[in-house]
Design a protein around this ligand. Structure first.
Ligand SMILES: Cc1ncc(COP(=O)(O)O)c(C=O)c1O
Length: 396
């Protein structure tokens, strides 16, 4: 591109440490191919293909009409914070009050704010790898040391608790957990969570427990480290509306944490966003307190698609896929294709017309895997299976 300014762009050093989410780049690449007339099946993006439930949409429209168009409190509307506190108290079996809740624009800001508030330069943060790429990006950005804990396929994408214990040092400030997990669909069961809690012991280490997919569990029950005796005050629970209520574009999530930390996270909100959109929060109250049948419907539908897609992948040469227990992703092992993940993902997009993500988009330990989102129709998922199968027969 032609340089139109004599002024060199002088970015702050820290910008070189900022990562990204490859899903958006692959989406752009897929859209460019579509503009050239190609048909692409989109299995790359991590958002429900359902619309926000109508009762929630109506509540948002009604709120706009009623004038919920002004600034609100930085930590969130009191009624929404109360609804979240009651919901989390019930679902996690703990006593949460509204002053422990901070409402933010999406789940992501809780990751960013927790790291800004807790991790100094040189502090260590343990995070799952393969995992949501924003963890590593943000840890690096704040100047902390990113310490990966490897998720292992043979452990159903849990990790080795002895390995976790060996990674904890005097400088560990934060441990990030994510269940159900992006990208593997793995779920940390109660025993696993209890073992993790035992490994942490009574150390003064905070846990950021990313439970944004907590309502999308197919087998077993969701269990949070916040429910383990002695861990509530060391847990920052991240949950939200994006995945549960198909509200990705509304931008609303929340953190639940001890009240003294909540006041600092609220200060970060005041400094960055002022508040989460007011009418959105009114819709959020309806989402939490209103009819939940859309959540059940969505979960059942994702489960049906998961079953079909995993069975289909397991019939394709070189692919082997575990049955994910939650979220809406499948994460097949592709090592027997003999191809590297990124190269295979690129070839499937360009030559088969199926957009998916390389496992390495989720960290180094994602090599050998691909991530497919099943947030697409059964018809498209079946077509994608045919296209991938056809491609492997031609190319492997
Ligand atoms: C594990 C995980 N955490 C957090 C988020 C962020 O959610 P939001 O869109 O609400 O910011 C995502 C979104 O993909 C995710 O997969």
């Amino acid at each position: 591109m032609e340089n139109t300014t004599q002024y060199e762009l002088r970015l702050a050093q820290r910008m070189s440490r900022l990562g990204t989410e490859t899903a958006f780049e692959v989406l752009n690449k897929a859209r460019a191919l579509e503009r050239l007339g190609r048909n692409i099946i989109h299995l790359e993006i991590g958002e429900p293909d359902f619309d926000t439930p109508p009762n929630v949409v109506e509540a948002g429209i009604d709120a706009l009409r009623k004038g919920w168009t002004h600034y609100g409190p930085s930590a969130g509307q009191p009624e929404l914070r109360q609804a979240i506190a009651e919901n989390v108290s019930r679902s996690r079996g703990v006593k949460v009050t509204s002053d422990e809740v901070v409402v933010v624009p999406g789940g992501k800001p809780i990751i960013f704010f927790s790291l800004l508030a807790l991790a100094d330069v040189g502090d260590e943060v343990i995070y799952p790898n393969p995992g949501f790429p924003i963890y590593e990006s943000m840890i690096d950005y704040v100047g902390a040391k990113a310490v990966p804990i490897r998720l292992r396929e043979e452990k159903d994408f849990g990790f080795d608790v002895d390995e976790l214990a060996s990674l904890i040092t005097e400088r560990t400030r934060l441990i990030i957990l994510n269940s159900p997990q992006n990208p593997t669909g793995g779920v940390l069961g109660k025993q696993h969570i209890n073992d993790i809690a035992t490994a942490i012991g009574d150390r003064n280490i905070m846990v950021l427990s990313d439970e944004i997919y907590s309502r999308l569990i197919f087998d077993g029950e969701h269990y949070s480290i916040m429910s383990v005796p002695g861990f509530q005050e060391r847990t920052i629970l991240l949950d939200g509306f994006s995945k549960t209520y198909a509200m990705t574009g509304w931008r609303m999530g929340y953190g639940v944490m001890r009240p003294d930390l909540a006041t600092h996270i609220t200060r970060l909100m005041t400094n960055s966003n002022s508040c989460t959109a007011s009418f959105t929060q009114v819709a959020g109250i309806e989402a939490i307190r209103g009819d939940q049948s859309s959540v059940d419907h969505m979960r059942a539908e994702f489960q049906r698609r998961r079953d079909v897609f995993v069975a289909g992948l397991n019939r394709i040469k070189g692919f082997s896929c575990r049955m994910p227990k939650g979220a809406f992703y499948v994460f097949p092992n592709i090592t027997r294709t003999g191809w590297k993940s990124k190269k295979l993902a690129d070839a499937l997009l360009e030559e088969a017309g199926v957009a998916c993500l390389s496992g390495t988009a989720f960290g180094n330990f994602g090599e050998g895997y691909l991530r497919f989102s099943v947030a697409n129709s059964l018809e498209n998922l079946n077509r994608a299976l045919e296209l991938i199968d056809g491609w492997t027969k031609r190319s492997l």
